[in-house]
Design a binder for this molecule. Structure first.
Ligand SMILES: NC(=O)c1ccc[n+]([C@@H]2O[C@H](COP(=O)([O-])OP(=O)(O)OC[C@H]3O[C@@H](n4cnc5c(N)ncnc54)[C@H](O)[C@@H]3O)[C@@H](O)[C@H]2O)c1
Length: 343
């Protein structure tokens, strides 16, 4: 049984902890954080299903005051695991890496860290084999994770050489008061980092794109214009490929999936904790052909989309499965992916 720890029990960290707890071939040893945040307080109210360790700088008295049991120090946690999933705030992971390196423990970092923090910039489908046995992986950001799932899906089925994307990006997570109360759109300098990141993981595809921030919190939407290496991809061919992918949920507007909020509401109706969705959504009625290009739109549930690919990262780094196909199949089985296909 592979032993895993999580550093930073925030938006991503609590979902990583849940994700690991669901993998029957992994054991979640514990989580580490700095402050008695709402997420930590909720953990205590749930009976501390995960052991808590404190990172350096944490004020233990504050945890004691709140009656939150503490199981030890960050070093104690690192000493008990095979791999750390670091989901501390962007930039902090690079500092934590020094502790992981000293203890000889592998680690997976999230999108907010610089690429230089890791040996391999990783995606469970597109470059699993590169991460095989690696000591330090960095996961793609939420948008890039979902984007690559869909681009890799078409690329494997038909071969792509070019994509152009537009990202309509949620500006904050629910409850992010520090981002302010906004009512404006803001555009980033092009090309967006997600297009550049895609090329770093899939160098055979030329990618570019534009990103627009929007004052919403429930998911990003990305439109993708993709060009095949040879010939052209029809709408039916694209749909056929997307429907076979276990991390892509194909939906229709006419069934009620009108936008990002529909996915969030549907996830809550399914009873998914926090309204999480591991899969990206893809609208069947928004796949269109334009000359030699195929165009489609996907929904990215930013808080939970990177969890499956992070589980794949554990499998790669610790050589649990030899290739993407077998690794993603294990992760998907334990996370209950593609239940929607069984009706
Ligand atoms: N929020 C998203 O939608 C999203 C999506 C994909 C990737 N990411 C990436 O995931 C990472 C974490 O983002 P988040 O949104 O979960 O942040 P967050 O602010 O919600 O959580 C960070 C947690 O780390 C804790 N922390 C602070 N200092 C620490 C330290 N020294 N060691 C350990 N923990 C510490 C904080 O108390 C907090 O609980 C970032 O790299 C981010 O870019 C975020």
């Amino acid at each position: 049984m592979v032993k895993v720890g999580v550093a930073g029990y925030g938006v991503i960290g609590q979902r990583l902890a849940d994700g690991v707890a669901r993998q029957k071939d992994m054991c979640l040893v514990g989580i580490a954080d700095l402050a008695p945040t709402l997420s930590i307080r909720a953990l205590k109210e749930r009976g501390m299903p995960y052991a808590l360790y404190l990172v350096e700088g944490a004020d233990k008295a504050k945890f004691d005051q709140a009656g939150i049991p503490v199981s030890g120090t960050f070093a104690d946690l690192i000493g008990k695991v095979d791999i750390m999933l670091d989901s501390s705030p962007g930039g902090v992971g690079a500092k934590n890496k020094e502790l992981y390196a000293k203890a000889g423990v592998k680690a997976i970092f999230q999108g907010g860290e610089k690429n230089t923090v890791a040996d391999v910039f990783f995606h469970g489908y597109a470059n699993y084999e590169k991460g095989y046995g690696a000591s330090y992986l960095k996961l793609t950001s939420c948008n890039t994770t979902g984007l690559i799932r869909s681009v890799d899906c078409l690329d494997r089925a038909y071969g792509l050489d070019r994509v152009a994307i537009t990202i309509i990006r949620r500006v904050a997570d629910p409850g992010d008061y520090h981002r302010g109360l906004t009512n404006a759109l803001e555009i980033d300098r092009a090309p967006s980092h997600q297009a550049v990141d895609l090329m770093s993981i899939m160098p055979h595809i030329e990618a570019t794109g534009i990103l627009v921030h929007t004052p919403v919190t429930h998911g990003h939407i990305i439109t993708v214009l993709a060009h095949a290496k040879k010939g052209r991809i029809t709408k039916d061919q694209a749909l056929e490929a997307f429907k076979t992918h276990d991390r892509i949920r194909v939906v229709r507007i006419e069934d009620g999936f009108r936008g990002n909020a529909s996915f969030f509401r549907y996830a809550r109706d399914l009873g998914n904790p926090r309204g999480d969705m591991y899969e990206i959504g893809l609208w069947e009625d928004c796949i269109v052909e334009s000359g030699d290009n195929i165009m489609y739109a996907i929904n990215i549930p930013q808080e939970s989309v990177t969890i499956p690919e992070t589980m794949d990262g554990i499998r790669a780094a610790l050589k649990m499965q030899p290739d993407s196909k077998s690794a993603t199949a294990e992760t998907n089985k334990y996370l209950g992916m593609a239940r929607w296909k069984q009706g």
